[in-house]
Design a protein around this ligand. Structure first.
Ligand code: SAM
Length: 232
């Protein structure tokens, strides 16, 4: 179970709301039972249930069961797409091991707002499901030009360009180290945006093949390919 409290030996973690409902009514947790917790930074902890009431309980951390996880240094920067599809991207990015998810506002973005709370909930659910204990960082939405202006010098920016680029497998193996993938919106990038991205010194245009993939397919497939080449 994901909790906001920073975990450590002897720490008491109060749980209410949905978390308590899940533990008490669904999992039938009773006093003395063990529950596995993670806070996104401190690995996984076994905690003992105390003070189990109808709608809340307290969990006391007893022992660390997994060390803090190191995740591959890979960011997914993606233009927001329609609700169910961006939710899918967040879920799969978390499962695949992405360190940071960055929604990027582009000229052709049909969707110009992201619900960070909803995306965070999807990341938490995916982390719980796949046994990941380090939660991906979720950045607020940033306009493309600002993203590029502030781009860190040491991080390769793999730009998925449906108009052509290096085969992604070759590009990923040729540039190990901190990396990010940039995926466009439903309508793709404009010519001006494409020129701006290609002008960034860290940008490497990549092709995902001859077919135009849905934005979510491109994000998930290229992330999986980078992880296969460079992830743990
Ligand atoms: N209209 C479809 C949709 O609604 O999802 C296709 C969108 S495609 C233009 C969205 C983004 O996916 C592109 O901007 C690009 O980043 C990436 N993409 C899709 N196919 C690609 C390919 N074959 N090679 C490289 N990038 C690709």
């Amino acid at each position: 179970l994901f909790v906001e409290t920073a975990l450590g030996g002897g720490v008491a973690v109060p749980v209410d709301g949905n978390g308590a409902h899940y533990l008490i009514s669904v999992m039938r947790v009773r006093e003395g039972d063990t529950v596995l917790l993670f806070d996104g930074q401190s690995g996984e902890w076994a905690a003992t249930a105390e003070q189990v009431r109808k709608r809340d309980l307290v969990l006391r951390c007893v022992q660390q069961t997994k060390p803090a996880e190191t995740v591959p240094d890979f960011w997914l920067c993606a233009a927001p797409i329609k609700k169910g599809r961006i939710d899918l991207v967040a879920e799969k990015a978390c499962e695949l091991g992405v360190a940071k998810l960055v929604p990027v506002l582009t000229e052709r973005s049909v969707v110009d707002k992201v619900n960070l709370d909803r995306l965070h909930a999807h990341l938490v659910e995916a982390a719980e499901q796949c046994g990941r204990t380090a939660l991906p960082e979720l950045a607020p939405m940033i306009p493309l030009a600002r993203l590029l202006a502030d781009w860190p010098a040491e991080r390769t920016l793999f730009f998925a360009d449906e108009l052509g680029g290096a085969p992604m497998r070759d590009a990923f193996t040729a540039a190990p180290g901190p990396a990010a993938l940039l995926i466009g919106p439903e309508g793709g990038f404009t010519t001006a945006e494409r020129d701006l991205i290609r002008a960034a010194p860290q940008a490497r245009a990549i092709s995902l093949g001859p077919r135009i993939l849905r934005a979510e397919t491109a994000a998930i497939a290229a992330t999986a390919c980078w992880m296969a080449a460079n992830g743990d």
